[in-house]
Design a protein around this ligand. Structure first.
Ligand SMILES: [Zn+2]
Length: 312
């Protein structure tokens, strides 16, 4: 939607201040007409996204101003259910969502449903957003790992299956309330050793694109929570090694892999920046490093883009 429409939709004080600054009588008359016809009837929805350009594999913050007072706001985006939080300071509803890596470029619709007090009739609105293709590196990373990760024995296959079941079970437990607040921070003060989306080859076998962000850290480096949440998992897993998963609510999880030591246990409530474990090289790792992943309602998103996102 062109930017010039935002002003009218906003009904903000800034907008009106801008409208009355017309130099001549004819424009002043136009401004007067605008004043008379707009406020009561043209009150409509304003939706902003952060970042402005939506990309596959990236998180997105939806910020919505509704034309009337709402009790709650929900939405549907790319088949996902969204629950919005209300920021009374800015009178804005917001939620964190994402676009999967597999989503092709094109136009996609966000459907909104607002509940009002004293009426069963919801306030509905929909708007289309364009998703562009993000540029992810096509560097082929040739890696060598132990054979048990690429050619597992029947016994190891059973262990893999058990790990998979635990993840499926825990990952499906969505906490309805938002537990994160403000921006997400890097889990380690270290350089990035591999980015999200890169193509990798283990022992000559092509794997799915890298679904996380790697920090080049030696074993024993403190790993911190990227935001507030509850410890969903803190246990050894086949590929992930010692794994901590934080539940930030509304289907948003952060995962910390290959740890050498746990500093939290399942059920603990953690704050952003709190140490949750020490880095290591457990599981399918070619050496000590920290792999972090961001999972939103079953979809992996680029942690680097989440860290860059300014959030309320
Ligand atoms: Zn990784």
């Amino acid at each position: 939607m062109p930017h010039e429409l935002d002003c009218r939709q906003d009904n903000s004080a800034e907008c009106y201040a801008g409208t009355v600054r017309f130099p001549n009588l004819r424009n002043a008359a136009c401004a007067l007409i605008l004043f008379c016809i707009l406020p009561a009837h043209a009150a409509t929805w304003t939706i902003r996204t952060q970042p402005v350009l939506l990309l596959n594999g990236a998180p997105v913050l939806f910020q919505v101003k509704a034309p009337a007072k709402l009790e709650s706001l929900t939405g549907v985006w790319l088949g996902h259910q969204l629950t919005f939080s209300y920021d009374s300071a800015t009178k804005t509803w917001f939620t964190l969502a994402g676009v999967s890596l597999e989503t092709g470029p094109g136009k996609y619709t966000l459907e909104l449903t607002g509940k009002r007090a004293g009426t069963e009739t919801p306030l509905m609105f929909s708007r289309t957003f364009r998703v562009a293709r993000a540029k992810y590196p096509k560097i082929k990373v040739e890696l060598t790992v132990e054979k048990k990760f690429t050619e597992p024995t029947p016994e190891q296959l059973q262990q893999i299956e058990e790990s998979k079941k635990i993840k499926q079970d825990y990952f499906s437990r969505v906490t309805p309330d938002r537990e994160w607040a403000g921006g997400f921070t890097a889990p380690a003060d270290a350089p990035i050793s591999d980015v999200f989306g890169s193509q990798r080859i283990f022992n000559g076998v092509a794997q799915s694109p890298h679904q996380g962000l790697d920090f080049g850290v030696p074993t024993g480096t403190p790993v911190t929570a990227m935001n507030g949440g509850t410890v969903l998992l803190a246990r050894p897993m086949y590929f992930e090694g010692n794994l901590v998963v934080l539940d930030h609510g509304q289907g948003l999880l952060t995962l910390y892999l290959h740890l050498s030591e746990f500093k939290v246990k399942e059920g603990d409530v953690v704050k952003r920046g709190e140490v949750i474990g020490l880095s290591g090289g457990t599981g399918r790792a070619t050496g000590p490093h920290l792999h972090v992943a961001v999972r939103w309602q079953g979809t992996y998103l680029d942690p680097a883009r989440l860290i860059q996102l300014p959030l309320p």
